[in-house]
Write a protein that binds this ligand. Structure first.
Ligand SMILES: Cc1cc2nc3c(=O)[nH]c(=O)nc-3n(C[C@H](O)[C@H](O)[C@H](O)COP(=O)(O)OP(=O)(O)OC[C@H]3O[C@@H](n4cnc5c(N)ncnc54)[C@H](O)[C@@H]3O)c2cc1C
Length: 485
């Protein structure tokens, strides 16, 4: 009897959602400038796919917006008809938030226009841009916007979560370099947010993710960068713990021009990797110097002489080339699962545990990514932006990456188990852009003493929690809205 009632309820809900989506589609038809793609449209099969192959969902409608008016119409139609809505820029959400089953995807991939003002060192770009779109446009003028390290990543999701990459230590987080945001809020209104206008919203958008509206344009500061020095090396299995200790101890002293990252993994089976280490556990090191290249050449040389690395290379390269160098390592369609956290300092036990975990790593493409922030990220106080984790410089991301569903259980288990062993030594906090979909309970941890202020801003701009497919900030109780998903 209970099963029958549950099935009946599920059928009724499916019917309600299908009817609501039909309403959305017919209300947009005729005035929408972009594409409206439903399951029977030929372009739908490709359009529904996002980067993480673990997340295969079938939205009822993909509204591929062509302009701000389209975004307003899609938001209004979605909110009026009470449908679940996902926002999509580059579709790289590790948690898979940029799609949904049965609901509406507001897709900005047609909105990728970038305007550069080289004199003012400013750019304006639309909310659908990929990092590569912005780099290509700004590099025409020898300028760069500090963002992430893979060019096919979407800029909006990255910036709204914080955003870090090769230039972060020198120029700050991506969100620190935003002058103003233009967004469509849950009632379809276009709102501008900067330090003077809607300052609370501007604060919340710097780390608070996609909780507050659809950002249609960012105005950002740019910095002169045309070339960098890249040093790379591998440390063999027995040397990893010793190398990591030296790395940890040297980092607080290195200039902000240097970003020195480590990835613990099995060495790729590729020609550019020394034969003796291919497929073996290694610490793969990349040191990027941005700034005066004469000094820069000395620095990577110096740090890569620590211990006994193999396959050491140092070269000057264009910033654009650097920004695409890792693209092939994270192709769309593979299966990805992450757990992430911060360390104030890396203790010896954590180092040893990470090094020994490589022995039973289930996929040759899985990596333990270790980055050190510091530098310009600490020029702002924790409370200055919704992104507050500025004093725990070591960021660890356990990034499971494998080819097909037969590997799901072993890869997820490996990531979870290592994470639970490392967790006690981590400081509270998590970078929302490195979170998986099963970590709703960690969202308050990501914001801690900024949580109440974020709830206030969320309650004001999205009182019905329309924008809820994200690391969700709930609406204040007594507000008009539903909470959670
Ligand atoms: C290959 C790869 C490399 C990465 N490298 C880095 C890195 O170097 N540095 C770093 O900091 N992070 C990095 N990340 C993490 C990255 O920041 C997040 O995955 C981010 O969500 C990607 O943004 P997106 O626009 O592609 O996301 P999407 O999947 O398109 O969207 C994710 C979420 O962002 C929000 N969102 C998207 N567009 C908008 C918008 N226009 N307005 C409002 N909200 C919006 C929504 O909440 C949405 O659910 C990387 C991720 C991948 C997959």
């Amino acid at each position: 009897m209970r099963l029958y009632e549950e099935t009946l309820r599920a059928d009724q809900e499916r019917e309600r959602v299908a009817t609501a989506i039909e309403e959305v589609r017919s209300s947009l038809k005729g005035t929408f400038h972009g594409d409206l793609l439903g399951p029977t449209d030929p372009a739908y099969a490709d359009a529904r796919v996002i980067w993480n192959g673990m997340v295969a969902r079938s939205p009822g409608l993909i509204a591929r917006c062509a302009d701000v008016a389209d975004v307003q119409a899609a938001v209004r139609a979605g909110a009026t008809n009470g449908v679940l809505a996902a926002l999509r820029c580059g579709g790289h959400s590790l948690a898979g938030f940029s799609t949904c089953d049965g609901g509406l995807v507001i897709d900005l991939s047609k909105m990728r226009h970038v305007t550069v003002d080289p004199t003012a060192r400013r750019a304006r770009f639309e909310g659908g841009c990929l990092l590569g779109t912005i780099d290509t446009a700004t590099q025409n003028y020898g300028l760069a916007f500090p963002a992430g390290v893979v060019s096919h990543t979407g800029a909006s999701g990255l910036i709204l979560g914080g955003g870090f990459g090769w230039l972060t230590r020198l120029h700050g987080l991506s969100c620190d370099n935003v002058e103003s945001f233009t967004l469509v809020t849950a009632d379809g209104t276009v709102v501008r947010a900067d330090a003077n206008e809607n300052a609370d919203l501007s604060w919340a958008l710097r780390g608070g993710g996609g909780n507050f509206g659809v950002v249609t344009e960012f105005e950002v500061r740019l910095h002169p960068v045309t070339s960098v020095v890249l040093g790379e090396a591998y440390y063999r299995e027995p040397d990893i713990p010793r190398f990591l200790r030296s790395w940890r101890d040297s980092l607080p002293e290195v200039p902000d021009n240097l970003r020195w990252s480590v990835s613990l993994r099995l060495a790729p089976q590729t020609e550019n990797v020394p034969l003796e280490i291919r497929g073996r556990p290694v610490a793969s090191v990349a040191a990027v110097w941005a700034g005066d290249s004469e000094k820069g050449l000395r620095y990577p040389d110096h740090i890569l002489s620590i211990g006994s690395p193999v396959g050491v290379t140092t070269r000057v390269m264009s910033y654009l080339a650097l920004q695409t160098i890792a693209d092939h390592e994270f192709p769309p369609g593979r299966r990805y699962y992450t757990k992430s956290g911060y360390f104030k300092t890396l203790d010896d036990n954590s180092i040893d545990r990470m090094a020994s975990s490589l022995v039973d790593i289930p996929s040759p493409d899985t990596q333990i990514e270790l980055a050190y922030l510091g530098g310009a990220t600490t020029h702002m106080a924790a409370g200055d932006t919704a992104f507050g984790d500025r004093n725990s410089p070591f960021v660890t991301n356990l990034l499971g990456n494998w080819a097909d569903c037969s590997g799901d259980a072993s890869n997820i288990a490996w990531v979870r188990s290592l994470f639970s062993e490392l967790r006690p030594a981590m400081t509270p906090g998590v970078y929302i852009n490195f979170m998986s979909s099963d970590e709703d309970d960690r969202v308050p941890e990501a914001y801690r003493d900024r949580w109440e202020r974020l709830i206030g801003v969320k309650s004001r701009y999205d009182p019905n929690n329309f924008f809820r497919l994200n690391q969700n900030i709930p609406v204040r109780k007594g507000g008009s809205g539903a909470e959670g998903r």
